[in-house]
Design a protein around this ligand. Sequence first.
Ligand SMILES: [Fe+2]
Length: 314
Amino acid sequence: MNTTVIQKSENIWYKLANYFLRNYQCLIEDPRLFLMRKCARFEIVRDWATMLLKRPTQSREISQENASVLGKLDVDAIAATIETDSCYQGLQLPSYAVQELLNFANSTVGYINREAKRPFRYKGTEQVGADLPENARVCSYMSNGQLSSTMKKLEKDPGILAIAAKFLGAQPVHMGSEISWSFPVPAENHVQQREAAQVFHYDLDDYRFIKFFFYLTDVDMSSGPHAYIRGTHKGKKLLHQLIGTRCADINDEKIVEFYGDRNVVNVCGKAGFGFVEDPLCFHRGTQPTQKPRLMVQIEYAINDYGNIHEALGY
Ligand SMILES: [Fe+2]
């Protein structure tokens, strides 16, 4: 056996051991989360679980006293669009909220590639390539995002909660939020692309969950638009249901070839533009090629698994 073959087989064993260890830890620490992660990948299980877990919820009022920062919203139409297209585009943050979040980002410590050991304060003026730390593809504010009062208001916004409740058919449980930069720094390999969520994948955070996105910088095709494949929250190929989040290991070209190029939607918009997605559809953050992108994400689900991303070690 030559050295390359030995290294490859050692690598496979290491990956397998790591996979089983993480699964075992998850099973011991939170069997409910473990069960969901194993079963929610199957559409039929999700449908049954959602039906059983749905709790009657009154439609949430958006009124003058309980106004949304997003203005007037047709909650039913938005939820119906997500149900058919995987995503609704057309939310809009007011410019004062965008400015508050930008000021927050420019004055708060974030973390390069979401690594706690790499704190970095990005002011938005640094030259990519010259002033950024090495291999800085992402800078996430991680839990520091909770220091933003605007972010906290958004998480409790009556309009956002009304859309989430309508789509989930249950009281929305806040799963997490993130403010993060994506920089025009190419990933060196597929693993780095996957870590930056820049390959087509789908999330498995609950039997039913929903994510809101708002751009805080203008986003065009050169600044890493979010992309999704319309309609793929349902009717996935059986193999793609079986391997779950491991779909991120499949080449994007193969995913697109199967679900159709015409269904790939790149979401572009000015600062403040927002959209809301069923993250069970195939989606990715495109790699920016020229300009950095700052974006907010807020996620809700029907069950509370605590800090799911921390529990699963990613
Ligand atoms: Fe994702």
